[in-house]
Design a protein around this ligand. Structure first.
Ligand SMILES: [Zn+2]
Ligand SMILES: [Zn+2]
Length: 180
């Protein structure tokens, strides 16, 4: 959980700020978003007239499967946050404020906890490439035998030679044999 108690900041004047360093595991693991390192970075909270503006930059590293060679590899991703969180409770009256269903992820709880987890999770999902490749030069798998060509050439290569070249090659081979 990337969570902060913002009771103090909510009681301050508009424009007041707090800054925090973050170094936390994301705390949610799901298919397509497996963090292997903590989320690290810096965020700034600014009191606005009706909530708290969160701004900052965060990094983490995710385990991703290469679409070419199907190997798992570690991909660093960066996100920039700029999101306004609104209090669940009216600060002056103490009454609950009606919740817009679209803003559930950016709601400050009744206990004044501001939880960045869901916003951060969604931003990392958006930052994740649709077709991740382990390296730009990844050679992928042989379509015939399935060998990972990054680990070396398979033997299928020989069979795929153009028949005209195969003919020439067998002549060359004969020459080589007779010459030996
Ligand atoms: Zn690859
Ligand atoms: Zn092959």
């Amino acid at each position: 959980m990337i969570e902060f108690n913002v009771a103090g900041l909510l009681n301050e004047f508009i424009g007041a700020t707090r800054e925090y360093d973050i170094d936390e595991m994301l705390g949610v693991q799901e298919e397509g978003l497996v963090a292997v390192e903590p989320v690290q970075g810096h965020v700034k909270f600014t009191r606005t007239h009706d909530g708290i503006l969160v701004q900052g930059g965060l990094d983490s590293v995710f385990e991703v499967q290469c679409v070419r060679c199907l190997e798992l590899f570690h991909m660093p991703l960066h996100i920039d946050i700029e999101e306004i969180f609104h209090p669940r409770v009216d600060l002056r009256t103490g009454a609950l404020i009606p919740v817009d269903p679209d803003e559930m992820d950016t709601l400050i709880s009744e206990k004044n906890l501001l939880d960045l987890t869901e916003v951060v999770r969604q931003l990392f999902l958006l930052a994740m490439p649709h077709m991740p490749v382990c390296t730009a030069s990844c050679r992928g798998l042989c379509p015939h035998c399935g060998q990972n060509l990054n680990h070396g050439q398979c033997t299928c290569h020989e069979d795929e030679i153009d028949p005209r070249w195969a003919m020439l090659r067998s002549l060359l081979d004969q020459d080589a044999e007779s010459g030996a």
